[in-house]
Ligand binder design. Structure first.
Ligand code: BYC
Length: 329
């Protein structure tokens, strides 16, 4: 059927293009993945690149708030676990940059977009980690939110992104469990530890709820991304899943979600909850959150400090290529 669609029209570029479009649409409808060598509409490529590169940047910037606590983790065991988690996030960034590169944009360009402040990354990482309880709360809430967002994306329409997310999600599950374990230890500890866990929940709850993006009524990309199966659920649907999943966990921990409007709605079977401060969300996304400037400064310093590694790797690759050429001659 595909061959017929492509070969049937006598020539015109418009006709050939619409045949390619038909193949693409059919694959999307039948949930057959689109692969890098397949024809795809420019807007699909751009939307994917925007989402995957933002996702990659989020993983990389996301190392900073928790990395801040590696040297101060309360035990050797906690330190080892936290180091492994932060390294996993670096790995996630690399899988995702690789997936984005298959769309034709070199990693240098994506890095430059991040360091110059043009590229977005998740709003959540622009909040400070003030106490050890924040590290646990990030694992519990932020990785928990990430799992809810990313498990459906393992079935998204673009093959390299979907496949990268399979491994990412497995690792995020371990991250969520380690975060819950930290918070559980504190919540069931001394009154001071319990208060520390509650304080962290108070500060991270709303930023976590906002992580899923603007409300559907204000989302620019929901509709097209869902049509193309770049997103499988809308921002509000995922947000609802997160609230429904997390409220019973907070109850089990003996912690209180800081939302006076939160209540279980028997008629829908879901928790009803208050309205996030969307002005705060947009301010953070525009670069005016509590830590935006620190985060970019840290990434620029890391990039500059790593220049010698890139130079050495390049020199090594050039030497090997030159040797291979002379061996072949
Ligand atoms: N922060 O039309 P919308 C992690 C932007 S990593 C900043 O709904 P879309 C983890 C959005 O980009 C977490 N910006 O957009 C790592 C758009 O602006 P542009 C990252 C946001 O793309 C380490 C505008 O607002 N996860 O979990 O359809 C340790 C309008 O929004 C945010 C991913 O990236 C935000 N929160 O939906 C622990 C997952 N939300 O681009 C954990 C993949 C929205 O037009 N990404 N914006 O300038 C997605 O699923 C979707 O991109 C989003 C947004 C749901 C995030």
């Amino acid at each position: 059927m595909y061959t017929q669609l492509v070969e049937a029209p006598e020539g015109g570029i418009g006709e050939a293009r619409s045949a390619e479009q038909a193949i693409f649409d059919d694959k999307i409808d039948r949930s057959i993945t689109i692969e890098p060598s397949d024809w795809m509409p420019d807007a699909y490529r751009k939307t994917l690149l925007r989402q995957i590169s933002q996702h990659a940047h989020s993983e990389i910037v996301g190392m900073l708030p928790e990395g801040n606590w590696i040297s101060r983790a309360p035990s050797l065991e906690r330190k080892l676990i936290l180091m492994a988690k932060v390294q996993d996030e670096a790995g996630h960034g690399l899988y995702l940059y690789s997936a984005a590169e298959t769309l034709g944009t070199p990693r240098d360009e994506m890095t430059e977009a991040l360091l110059s402040g043009r590229a977005k990354y998740s709003s959540i990482f622009n909040y400070p980690t003030l106490t050890w309880a924040d590290v646990g709360t990030i694992g519990w809430l932020v990785d928990g939110a990430a799992i809810i967002n990313q498990i459906p994306l393992t079935r998204c329409s673009y093959g390299p992104y979907a496949r990268a997310l399979v491994r990412v999600c497995k690792e995020e599950s371990f991250h969520q469990r380690q975060g819950f374990d930290i918070v559980s230890t504190l919540a069931h500890g001394s009154p001071e530890q319990h208060a520390m866990a509650q304080d962290a929940l108070n500060r991270w709850w709303w930023p976590s709820v906002m992580m899923f993006g603007p409300p559907d009524s204000e989302s620019q990309h929901n509709e097209t991304s869902m049509r193309w199966k770049i997103k499988l659920f809308s921002n509000d649907d995922l947000r609802q899943k997160f609230v429904d999943q997390t409220v019973p966990q907070a109850e089990a921990l003996g912690l209180t979600i800081p939302d006076p409007d939160l209540r279980y709605d028997e008629s829908t079977g879901h928790y009803a909850f208050g309205t996030p401060d969307w002005q705060e969300f947009y301010d953070v996304v525009k670069g005016n959150g509590p830590c935006n400037r620190d985060r970019l400064r840290a990434r620029r310093e890391a990039y500059d400090d790593g220049a010698w590694v890139r130079d050495a790797a390049l020199a090594h690759a050039e030497k090997r290529a030159a040797r291979a050429t002379s061996d072949a001659a």
